[in-house]
Design a protein around this ligand. Sequence first.
Ligand code: DHB
Ligand code: FE
Length: 290
Amino acid sequence: MARITASVYTSHVPAIGVAIDQGKTQQPYWKPLFEGYDFSRRWLQARAPDVVFLVYNDHATAFSQEMIPTFAIGTAAEFLPADEGWGPRPVPTVVGHPKLASHIAQSVIQDDFDLTIVNKMDVDHGLTVPLSLMCGQPRAWPCPVIPFAVNVVQYPVPSGRRCFELGKAIRKAVTSYDEPLKLQIWGTGGMSHQLQGPRAGLINKEWDNRFLDRLIDEPAALAQVPHVEYAREAGSEAIELVMWLIARGAMADAAGGAKPRVGHRFYHVPASNTAVGHLILEEQSEEQES
Ligand code: DHB
Ligand code: FE
């Protein structure tokens, strides 16, 4: 059977991708941010997942006002880095896992979550920046990635509660897959985040850190927080954080199992206009390898 070994949470600010691509990671502005991921890159290499299920949002790149799926699963064999206006990022093509993705779609749709099946899709910074932060600049990404796009760009967007429940359904799907694969689930986006209007640049460190605390200790209660609190407390784009609840809902304790242990926690301000949060949660049942 396939199993979920860990979940990873990280912001996905596009300027971080630019800093990596242009060799600026050691500059004074960026160095403290990238140092926060040094542990994570070693950790990922040691853990070597077979597949990453990567929850992210498309930023009007593959989708647009013409078509807005709430939840979309990438079932293709590969996904090209998108051109977001400055040409595609110089990063590897994302290799998918059509068989596992199709199995997850089958199971999750039968569990009453209406996923959109996507057989062709370019992936934007929401997906490639987390891969760069966690993997550096490899010639190929270390394993297949299943892109899972969530609409957090155009209201109405899904509630935290629904995202958490969806994570549980994804766990059920993965653990009913008949191959011994180690899978990680990543939730991306956030944290404090307001890109426009008079409150642009809003940062609420206290709220962000409380979100991290609650994500670790009481995710089911955190999932009840309404959209308006994210927007009011941490800015309009902080709503991206509901995607972290999908990854969190896929951990064992959400299904009555043991609580995960905290592998790594990092928080940094600023990166572009936002706060960057990062967390690694490991399943207790997984032996310590690093
Ligand atoms: C920024 C952050 C994002 O997550 C995003 O999708 C776009 C821009 C920013 O801080 O500039
Ligand atoms: Fe974003």
